[in-house]
Design a protein around this ligand. Structure first.
Ligand SMILES: Nc1ncnc2c1ncn2[C@@H]1O[C@H](COP(=O)(O)OP(=O)(O)O)[C@@H](O)[C@H]1O
Ligand SMILES: [Mg+2]
Length: 425
């Protein structure tokens, strides 16, 4: 197949539990993992499975299993999935940093990878020396690196630190340097883990631009793991969803992101769901279910910053009240209340409720930064608490395009996004 860049067949990676593989800390390791592979080197790795006989034994954990996909030249493939789904493992396998337990990988073309932060450089060497070292590993001659050196340094934006040993760099600086090198190698296949999450917004924009440029050149291929749903939708031509080590959905990025937001957490069973454990109140007016919905009113279990969201509170009322009240509290990871959604204040007039049904709370532009939030709920008859549930559910938010510019400030960890516009008069 002429246009094939990568073909993965029945790929699997098992780890022995308790025996974490020693992490690569050397330059040959992760950040710029190189395939010295000459162009068009048709590579195959087949079963190297020391572990296979113990398949099913409880000391083995499959970080990837039964993975099959093909990537064609010119594609930008987005890989999404929750933490622990096996995304980084897959990229490490494709970058030959770790060997498959079963299955095989074919790669057609020169690869440059940007994997986990902080590894990959020789910490004792300076930034400048590491550029040469990594360039060499990636298959460039000294002359070729000389020719690109200034561009690499300029792109990195850390000119001043070129003579500083990399061990004194912050993780952000390491990412800058690593990306700068990888981007200037002109690889045929560029593999990027979530490294971009570390840099500042300005640098990220530069990287995304560079990725687009790489992808735009004829025949170049990009594989891109990200939690940034907006970037996946904007940059990728196709996406796959990994869940528990396997691909569970594949297709157009919009569809895959949509499917992920609606199903991922539920299937992985670690966030979704409501818990009525911590409950108080007189029981006359109670919550029977709680769901997050998207603009089309479909249930979702992961939300996206900036999305049109609805919170659906199903209730049952044993007694009629002239003034029922619904109150949802949103807490951050420090348990501080950062959102108080209260019908008494935001609903015009008094709620008139059937004995059973649901109310919807519409948040037209979800202002929460990516992260996990706790939802508490309180139902009242006037000022009498009929139902109060702490930790009813978790609201998991992924990054989305709040401002419609494709950007949100990544350095912000707490607080809310404020909807605003700038004007130049
Ligand atoms: N070297 C290792 N030894 C044992 N388990 C590992 C190792 N690397 C990753 N894992 C496990 O494999 C699973 C998938 O990890 P990873 O590929 O890093 O997921 P993701 O990048 O999607 O968050 C996780 O449960 C992780 O703990
Ligand atoms: Mg990862």
């Amino acid at each position: 197949m002429q246009n094939l860049a990568i073909k993965v067949s029945n790929l699997g990676k098992a780890y022995r539990i308790g025996l974490k593989e020693k992490k690569q800390e050397t330059l040959a390791g992760s950040i710029i993992a190189a395939l010295k592979a000459p162009l068009r080197n048709f590579r195959k790795i087949s079963n190297l499975n020391k572990l296979q006989n113990q398949d099913g034994g409880d000391d083995i954990f499959w970080a990837n299993r039964n993975i099959n996909f093909e990537v064609y030249k010119g594609e930008v493939l987005g890989i999404i999935g929750k933490n622990g789904a096996g995304k980084s493992t897959l990229l490490k396998l494709l970058s030959r940093i770790t060997e498959p337990t079963e299955g095989r990988i074919e790669i057609h073309g020169k690869v440059a990878s940007l994997l986990e932060v902080g590894t990959g450089f020789n910490p004792e060497l300076t930034g400048s020396e590491n550029i040469y070292l990594n360039g060499t590993i990636l298959g460039l001659t000294r002359k070729e690196i000389d020719a690109r050196y200034n561009d690499i340094v300029e792109f990195s934006g850390i000119e001043k630190f070129m003579e500083t040993p990399v061990k004194r760099y912050s993780s952000g600086m390491k990412v800058r340097l690593a990306f700068a090198v990888a981007a200037h190698i002109d690889p045929e296949i560029l593999i990027i883990d979530e490294v971009l999450a570390v840099g500042d917004a300005e640098f990220q924009k530069k990287c995304l631009g560079k990725m687009q440029e790489v992808a735009g050149k004829a025949g170049r291929t990009v594989l891109f793991v990200s939690h940034d749903m907006a970037a996946v939708k904007n940059l990728c031509t196709r996406a796959i969803l990994l869940q528990n080590g396997s691909i569970t959905y594949e297709g157009h990025p919009n569809d895959v992101v949509d499917y992920y937001l609606r199903n991922a957490a539920m299937i992985q069973n670690d966030t979704a769901g409501v818990s009525f454990e911590n409950r108080k109140g007189n029981g006359k007016f109670i919550v029977t279910n709680f769901e997050f919905l998207n603009a089309a009113h479909q249930p979702v279990v992961v939300l996206e910053t900036g999305m049109d969201a609805f919170l659906k509170v199903s209730y049952k009322s044993l007694e009629k009240s002239p003034n029922p009240v619904v109150n949802i509290l949103i807490r951050n990871s420090y348990q501080q209340i950062i959102g108080n959604l209260l019908t008494r204040i935001a609903f015009p007039g008094v709620l008139k409720l059937a004995p059973e049904g649901y109310v919807l709370c519409h948040i037209p532009k979800l202002p929460f930064l990516p992260g996990r939030y706790t939802i508490d709920i309180m139902l009242k008859h006037d000022y009498d608490v009929t139902d109060q549930i702490e930790g009813l559910t978790i609201m998991e938010v992924e990054k989305g395009d709040f401002y419609g510019t494709g950007k949100i400030q990544d350095s912000m960890k707490d607080g809310l996004l404020v909807d605003h516009q700038w004007q130049v008069i």
